[in-house]
Design a protein around this ligand. Sequence first.
Ligand code: MTE
Ligand code: CO
Length: 425
Amino acid sequence: MEQSSEKAMVSRRGLLKSVAAGGGALAAGSLGVHAMGNMENLPPNVADWSKILGEGVDARPYGTPSEHEKDVVRRHVRWLTASTESSINFTPLHDLEGIITPNGLCFERHHAGAAEVNPHDYRLMINGLVDKPLIFTLEDIKRFPRTNRIFFLECSANSGMEWRGAQLNGCQFTQGMIHCVEYTGVPLKLILEEAGLKPNAKWLMPEGGDAAGMNRSLPIHKALDDCLVAFKMNGEALRPEHGYPVRLVVPGWEGSMWVKWLRRIEVGDMPWHTREESSKYTDLMENGKSRRFTWVMDCKSVITNPSPQSPITHGKGHTVLSGLAWSGHGTIDRVDITLDGGKNWRTARIDGPSLPKALHRFYYDFEWDGSPLLMQSRAIDSSGYVQPTKNELRAVRGINSTYHNNGIQTWHVMKNGEIENVEIS
Ligand code: MTE
Ligand code: CO
């Protein structure tokens, strides 16, 4: 079920107009009765669904969302990539709450499509500078002591289309290369200890079992710190598109390090300078040089709601602003909100768990007087780092890079409640 971004935008706009036309009836404080609803179902009548038996258990052995939520899906942008096999789609952040991303809505990034691995034929090989090269089955991996940890995964290309100016009209498209799930897995350290590291072991090269054989050089200190060899996400087996049956989890570091369908880990004494860390996943600067091995995802935030795909439909009055903040360096200390393009800042309320290298949810409730707004969020992490404006970032990095754009996002709220992606110069 493919849906183009453009179509989704059009239907949202259409919806907005019909609600607006339906009228002033939708004042703040109303019960949110929708103009297009069926009056027969509204109080004091007995609603249709209250008059009949519902579906029995097992009608859906694997549960699916309500049909009314069918637009809450991952979406890709057709013109961004030449094929869907080497492509990316985006998490619908504007439709989600809390800090956990449901498995079916986690964005996908494949270099050669999603490999379909038979778990019985799955093997993980450790070779190179180890005392004994080993091959593990899935069952072997599941016999190590395991741990459960919640982490965000952000592709370093997230917001990569926005370096030269505001481009894509939707939080899903500007910020949706991120998800945050609870992983169950084995600390990579334990697996490496089983093989025994030679004294000169300094780097690892995890390699994927997909046709791309995706590989990156991973310094040993990170591998021994908090990396996981994961086989579950949010309690169930990894989905095929996220690396079933086993993926590497590299907390706080760019998504390309999180090798999916993990088939091999080579241990060496130097980095390999693979394609994905020389030609790609390096940051081209103005002077023609590139930053490389920029692994950590810096502190960033975004207002997920209201946002272009989720306009203000209730008119003036009490408005709930919801958003996400995260940092690869630790937790989020504070999130500031401005509604007037940076003249006045207020502190948002962080709600829910505050875990290192995981998404944080923030809220800011305000009274909208119906005038245009320039909304921004600015996060500060536990290292004291303050999320920069896009222009501050450009002053240091230029505009040639695709990766690591963590600049402040601006949403322009118009009088009619519609919202667009803009920049303040
Ligand atoms: N691993 C393999 N084997 N093949 C890939 O194409 N893509 C990487 C990484 N691991 C990739 C991979 C990139 S660039 C990102 S951002 C993440 O996987 C995306 O993970 P997800 O698809 O689970 O969201
Ligand atoms: Co990526």
